[in-house]
Design a protein around this ligand. Structure first.
Ligand SMILES: Nc1nc2c(ncn2[C@@H]2O[C@H](COP(=O)(O)OP(=O)(O)OP(=O)(O)O)[C@@H](O)[C@H]2O)c(=O)[nH]1
Length: 391
């Protein structure tokens, strides 16, 4: 297998460090073209950009401004200039008064953070499922508006950790709160009142000095007349700059939320190129799309015991992109469930994931799925690193 065993690290550096690097690239000389997908393992893959790059397939994706951390150079127009006391230089074509900044989406597992992120961006960049703790790492989504760039950070749900992976998830979510311009706290209207998980988050939020917006999601599941009282019960738990009832699934209330958030961002540079919608590498999104199909089809402990690794992405002369991927589980029994009778379950997971990946890349895909057992991987630091989770 030629694919590397490490995914690019979407969180090895802070979101802001990554964005600073992005500004450096945007302002500096033209970024080098990404290595051809045929030769490149996942670590070298570029992130998924907007329409143009995507429809042209992985080779055409621009080099991604990834969270490259301390080695990245800063260029003119980046936050380094602000630190020097100079006004940030505006990139060509950037209007006067342009606003930009980071918005964290936080909340209990399963409240709809990923659904809201996809709705805000207008594209599917985060997987969604009805199983709690679906999101395992921080995901950046970029919304470009005529006068602003909003960078959303979808965090793993904050919950009481029960294993090493859980601890990692909560740490990532907490760290994110320190770095952003606005925090959106999502709660679920069907809960009707705050539960212990919500109160736990509210306590964490007390220390957060950045403006907080309370977003009451899933209002499609309650009678409209109930919404104000429900919102009030959650709003009592803290100091909120605004309260927005939404249905992330149906897009209700989302444009109003975007207006609110844009108005709260400071003036600043465009951190990411205009055609970029996420900093997630393609290979990582592919792995997540496979995991999403598994989440939809399995129950109890299986969904949480699964990790997916894209071994390589190889464009073949006939135009088909060959993607071998390994699904790791913790026990033989879980492997049997995933493979299913006469391989039927794995075949179906592969078929549906392939359709999603083809839509993502705009190319024909040959998805080669394998299932392997790695006992207790969620409690092994080495395995977590291999799967791209960093402390
Ligand atoms: N009816 C309804 N369902 C929603 C809405 N928003 C999200 N959901 C559903 O809620 C479930 C959880 O949504 P996710 O977006 O995966 O939740 P999350 O907060 O990202 O979950 P974690 O990744 O576990 O933290 C999915 O089944 C969604 O379809 C909404 O506005 N209305």
């Amino acid at each position: 297998m030629t694919g590397t065993r490490r995914h690019p690290d979407p969180e090895g550096a802070s979101a802001k460090q990554g964005a600073e690097a992005a500004v450096a690239r945007a302002a500096g000389p033209a970024a080098p073209a990404p290595p051809a997908a045929a030769e490149a393992g996942p670590a070298a893959m570029a992130a998924v950009a907007g329409e143009a790059a995507e429809s042209a397939g992985p080779r055409a994706a621009p080099a991604a401004p990834r969270a490259t951390g301390p080695t990245a150079e800063r260029g003119a127009g980046g936050p380094a200039d602000e630190a020097d006391g100079r006004a940030p230089a505006r990139a060509a074509g950037q209007p006067e008064g342009f606003r930009s900044g980071f918005v964290a989406l936080i909340g209990r597992p399963n409240v709809g953070k990923s659904t809201l992120l996809n709705q805000l961006i207008g594209r599917k960049i985060a997987i969604m499922s009805d199983k709690p703790q679906t999101t395992r790492t921080r995901i950046l989504g970029v919304l470009n508006r005529p006068g602003a760039q909003l960078i959303f950070v979808d965090t793993p749900g904050i919950h009481k950790p029960q294993h090493l992976l859980g601890e990692h998830m909560v740490r990532v979510a907490r760290r994110t709160l320190q770095e952003v311009e606005v925090v959106c706290w999502l709660v679920e209207a069907p809960d009707r009142e705050p539960g212990p998980g919500d109160r736990y988050i509210a306590e964490q939020l007390v220390e957060v000095k950045t403006p907080k917006i309370l977003v009451v999601n899933k209002i499609d599941q309650v009678a409209p007349g109930e919404v104000p009282a429900i919102a009030q019960r959650f709003a009592q738990l803290g100091q909120f700059a605004a309260v927005h009832p939404v249905s992330a699934l149906h897009g209700v209330g989302v444009p109003e939320l975007v207006e609110e958030l844009e108005g709260r961002l400071p003036q600043g540079p465009r951190f990411f190129p205009e055609d970029m919608i996420t900093d997630q590498p393609e290979a990582q999104i592919m792995a997540e799309l496979i995991r999403e199909q598994i989440l939809h089809r399995t129950r109890e402990e299986v969904p949480h015991a699964v990790a997916v690794l894209i071994e390589k992405v190889e464009r073949r002369p006939n135009g088909v992109v060959y993607v071998p991927a390994t699904i790791y589980v913790e026990r033989e029994g879980q492997k049997r469930i995933l493979i299913g009778e006469q391989g039927r379950m794995l075949k179906e997971i592969g078929r549906l994931a392939r359709l999603e990946i083809e839509a993502l890349l705009g190319s024909k895909i040959y998805l080669d799925l394998w299932v392997k057992v790695k006992p207790d991987w969620r409690n092994k630091q080495g395995a977590l690193s291999n799967f791209g989770f960093r402390a």
